[in-house]
Design a protein around this ligand. Sequence first.
Ligand code: ARG
Length: 513
Amino acid sequence: MVYQKLAKGELLEIKMASNSRPPPYYENYAYQPENAGLPRYINGHNMYPHYSPPYYPRSVPHYIPRVSTRQSTPVPTIVQPKSTKICIPRLRKVVLLLSTAILVTGMVIAGVLIWYFVTDSCSGSKIQCGTLGVCVSPSKWCDGVNDCPNGEDENRCVRLYGPDFLLEVYSSKSKKWYPVCYDDWNDIHGMTACEDLGYNSNTYLSSQALPFITGSRSFMRLNTSAVNVDLYKKLYSRWYIYTLSTFKAVGVHLTMWCLCDAYCGISSKVANPRNRIVGGSAAGLGDWPWQVSLHIQDTHLCGGSIITREWIVTAAHCVEGLHSNAFYWRVYPGILTQPEMHPPKGYRVARIISHPNYDSTSKNNDVALMKLQSPLLFSDFTSPVCLPNPGMMFQPTKPCWISGWGAKRQGGNTSKELNAAIVHLIEPSICNDKYIYNGLILPTMICAGYLQGMVDSCQGDSGGPLVTLKNALWWLVGDTSWGTGCASRNKPGVYGNMTMFTDWIYRNMQANK
Ligand code: ARG
């Protein structure tokens, strides 16, 4: 019931926050003809307008007997108009031409359809299995069950694991993920792996051997003598027990990392806990280069985070209902103040994908993806944040940063300049306490803020980033989702738990390349 109150409170706040301009609202009426006031036919009168029967030339010429009379004045002879005579073959020609045109158009349409379904990638956000034109939904990819005719959905599974971007491949036989050995690995293999993750192959950066760690584990190794071109068919698993001496003796590099986009998580910001969104301070250009402002009708509605040149992560509740149409949105990267955001600087959105299990009442799975119509130009002020790889752990109370153009106090207007503040992660068990959120925090959510209040995200910050610094890179820990009021005591901010969504994000990027 706490949430019920929250929902009403939020509505009120949204209205107050945007009191300078009315919230955008679209209604599609069916097309209305201009002369809607045509005269009506009253019962009893002929309902249908009167048309005189058209003139059709008779197809069979009739014999008109000529009777000679004695009349001296010449009898006017009925001369059939010339055009009527040549009309018959012309009509045939027209019919013939028309039917050929229809036939040709039909064949072209059929050809395009066959080409689309057989040779082109899958429609409706599905991933193509192989060349057979079979498509499966992203959720069936790498789930341990064969759905493609040749099992491609389980054979082309690759992921980057942990904070070191360790390259791992899934074995459908043992249903386990294995790190890949660096030996014999080359950039072509790296590009294939990046493409299978959903990145463009031309954004592959490099693969490098990782410092050696002793232990025992199974790995995937490349069989260089294998002739087939398919990377995954060249991999076989090997069990290694390795110490520094065996490593030197065998001479293999046991693990490697692989980077797919140019880079991620690099900011000019030196983590500096100036503590003043609510309780934050104005950000500098390039401090949070992944932060974007999402507009509808020239009005900031939500925040978002850049993860690749073409993809933005935001909250599913930002793109709900009428806002789910990609056409209305504009994305503004690399700009600090709202008045500087004008449509020519905005990027258009090609597609919006909301998490299929998003629940608007509980805010479960509050995450969505926006694919841009044209790729972003990366610079010091526009660059991606790192998506948390599976296997990444953040300490339970780790300091993080939030940023956005949201209200600076509960019920306030959205802010003109970008603000940021430092917050701490709060353990789910604490956040679910009876006096805090009383069980409303689900595994897809993560709390951050202060139990004493004062510093928090607020209306207008939704969809924006909650990030943390780890191994010298900035990682997207969450997306701003909800909270009771803003910066109130015992009501910290609630964010989408990004580690729970990484798999879904990669699969959907792959399905919508
Ligand atoms: N739902 C809000 C939005 O759409 C974000 C609210 C965050 N609230 C909080 N107390 N942290 O902008």
